[in-house]
Write a protein that binds this ligand. Structure first.
Ligand code: SF4
Ligand code: SF4
Length: 248
């Protein structure tokens, strides 16, 4: 369904670092054109005003859900919104908020100490665990072009395209030396959705898999290759399960 301009948009933040919002603000040269098509009701990183009046055509949701108050706000948003888009790994899979080594209660004690009294939280959950999500924009954060393409497609009544290749394809096109096969360094490029232009491997850093898993990825073979780099089974398993718990 084509959305009627100006499209009423909310970029809503839950437990997150605001990096996904920042990525949209970073689309500097396109913001003027974008503003001709959209009316922003909420965008915490760009404006402290929060109007959220009446129906919303499109909600971009950043962050995982980790408090009862956030859950209430999410349910309210879903009731008002026509299309709801999970943006970034925190919203799609829980993201970095789930990377707590060991017991979560110990981590909460260490970080908040006495200040946690009266604080009500639960382990961070992806948005799709609670409400219907219409589409996802992957990445941590998503690329600028991913966000612009999603907005343009949804406004025109279509769906954003999905990447169907692994990061390795982009990495090899760039003629990078393979960290995994040639340097014995852990890299999740073979099982991770492309679209980031192999940014981390191009800088000599193994892919962490933040864009989520390719549906048809051979996880068993990836696990075997990670063990060959010297990772223990526990660490390899943890690494593989870090970012994919939520692809639609
Ligand atoms: S997905 Fe990444 S960039 Fe976006 S809010 Fe979460 S941690 Fe920040
Ligand atoms: S460095 Fe990583 S992303 Fe690049 S080709 Fe090797 S495994 Fe794939």
């Amino acid at each position: 369904m084509k959305l009627r301009p100006p499209t009423q948009i909310a970029f809503t933040r839950f437990t997150s670092c605001s990096g996904c919002q920042l990525m949209l603000l970073n689309c500097e040269e396109h913001l003027a054109a974008l503003s001709a098509h959209i009316a922003v009701q909420e965008f915490p990183l760009a404006s402290s005003s929060r109007t959220l009046q009446g129906p919303i055509d499109l909600a971009l949701v950043e962050g995982s859900i980790s408090t009862p108050a956030e859950l209430e706000r999410l349910l309210d948003l879903r009731r008002r919104v026509n299309l709801l888009v999970s943006v970034g790994s925190c919203a799609i899979s829980g993201g970095v908020n789930c990377l707590v080594p060991g017991e979560r209660s110990q981590a909460v004690d260490q970080v908040y100490g006495q200040a946690q009294s009266g604080m009500h939280t639960f382990p961070p959950q992806p948005v799709h665990r609670f409400v219907t999500v219409d589409c996802q924009v992957h990445g941590c954060p998503p690329e600028r072009h991913d966000l612009l393409e999603a907005l343009a497609s949804l406004e025109c009544g279509g769906w954003p395209g999905r990447q169907l290749m692994p990061v390795c394809m982009e990495c090899r096109i760039l003629e990078n030396r393979c960290l995994l096969l040639e340097a014995g360094h852990p890299c999740l490029g073979p099982v991770t959705l492309s679209g980031c232009h192999a940014r981390c491997p191009s800088l000599g850093v193994g892919c962490e898999g933040c864009r989520g898993d390719l549906a048809e990825a051979n996880q068993e073979e990836m696990f075997r290759l990670l063990l060959e780099t010297g990772l223990s089974e526990r660490v390899a398993q943890r690494r593989l399960s870090r970012f994919d718990r939520g692809s639609l």
